[in-house]
Design a protein around this ligand. Structure first.
Ligand SMILES: [Zn+2]
Length: 396
């Protein structure tokens, strides 16, 4: 066979595998269903399904004709193996790593959080990731070789193309950590993917929100503040930093503040828990250490309307007028205690401040609805599949 023929033959095989695996990932699990979903002939489907079965990528499960497992005439159904070819997502935070394990079909099998005594640094990151990997594996009773990849959700500045964690305000020691160097190191798997936590987090709520279209902006206001804009595809910008809305200077500020980034009057230096608590102690006879402790309705209302509303409207108007999204998704631990008063006032005012009434819909979430470790897997899904298909010996 000439090299050209070999290349096109290989490419065709690759596409057939991808179509069948994607059908299985979409939840189609019968022979007929896979055939219909993939648009392939049975002659093309059958050897690939048999190969995936022989490699234990998928397993069969018999279901009788009444649709129940057990006795009776059985139809064969296929499922991804729950013990092999597993995917791990890891959400890295300063003092902890949350790991989540799924099948190749993105079905969640469990999750585990590993805490550390000291903050993550360039020096200890490999040790910490390995510890989290082994603890999650032990908790879920798995062999390390059965995990084929780890997808990381990372705070700060991330260069997805170069697989590099560039910088993080909250972890000053982080400086250009190249994750390619960790690939296959020790017990870690060969395939590692990284992305900014904001993109991973929004991916974890998209399936539950039933947001199918790639037309939204997601605004997060937590320890930091960031945005993920998806306009027919996620916008990364030239260096992968697109969405750093937290570092836009807030024009209506009354008294200068210095942000963790070193610049003046950034929005996230205003919209953060510490500053809100200071606003409360300066203006009310109330001494609380966390936002969740505030019980006084009048204080909750005043913080929502007098403190949070304006900077949030300020940034949302900029975002809405630049991107013209169909949906604006807002979420964050800092805003949640004030949702009761904030949501109505925000939506009313956004209509007044934005060009042609702004987004069609504003959707609000609780930060507990987000799972960056799971979202990291969903976010890397296509890259994982490409690498996985290249890894299996298709010309068996
Ligand atoms: Zn800043």
């Amino acid at each position: 066979m000439s090299l050209r023929n070999f290349t096109s033959h290989h490419e065709m095989r690759r596409k057939t595998y991808l179509k069948i695996i994607n059908a299985l990932r979409a939840g189609v699990n019968s022979k007929r269903g896979i055939q219909d979903h993939s648009g392939l002939s049975w002659g093309s489907c059958s050897p690939v399904i048999n190969h995936l079965l022989s490699q234990k990528v998928i397993v069969t499960q018999g279901i009788n004709n009444e649709g129940k497992p057990g006795r009776g005439r059985k139809t064969r159904f296929f499922n991804f193996n729950r013990e092999k070819f597993l995917l791990m997502g890891m959400e890295i935070d300063t003092m902890r790593i949350t790991s989540c394990l799924t099948t190749l079909g993105n079905k969640q099998l469990g999750s585990y959080t590993t805490g550390f005594d000291q903050s993550i640094t360039t020096k200890n990151i490999f040790k910490y990731i390995t510890k989290a990997f082994l603890e999650c594996r032990e908790k879920l009773q798995l062999e390390p070789e059965n995990v084929i990849c780890i997808s990381f959700s990372i705070p700060g500045a991330v260069d997805v193309e170069r697989n590099t964690w560039l910088y993080c305000e909250r972890v000053p020691d982080i400086n250009e950590i190249d994750f390619s160097h960790l690939s296959g190191k020790g017990v870690l798997p060969k395939y590692l993917y990284i992305q900014h936590n904001i993109h991973a987090q929004v991916y974890s709520v998209i399936p539950t929100a039933e947001i199918k279209e790639n037309d939204y902006v997601f605004i997060h206001v937590g320890q930091g503040m960031a945005m993920s804009a998806n306009m027919g595809g996620i916008l990364y910008g030239h260096r992968g930093f697109a969405g750093e809305i937290g570092h836009i200077p807030y024009a209506n500020i009354k008294k200068d503040v210095i942000c963790l980034c070193g610049k003046k009057n950034c929005l996230e230096a205003v919209l953060n828990a510490k500053k809100i608590l200071k606003y409360i102690s300066d203006n009310f006879d109330c001494d609380v250490r966390s936002l969740k402790e505030i019980k006084d309705e009048e204080i909750i209302r005043k913080v929502a309307l007098d403190y949070l509303l304006d900077p949030l409207i300020y940034v949302s108007t900029i975002v809405s007028n630049i991107f013209d999204p169909k949906r604006m998704i807002i979420e964050g631990s800092v805003l949640e205690p004030f949702y009761k008063y904030l949501i109505t006032a925000f939506e009313k005012r956004l209509r007044q401040t934005t060009w042609l009434n702004g987004p069609a819909e504003v959707v609000w979430y609780q930060s507990t609805d987000m799972d960056g470790s799971y979202g990291a897997i969903l976010h890397s899904s296509e890259r994982i599949m490409e690498d996985f298909i290249n890894e299996i010996d298709m010309d068996h």
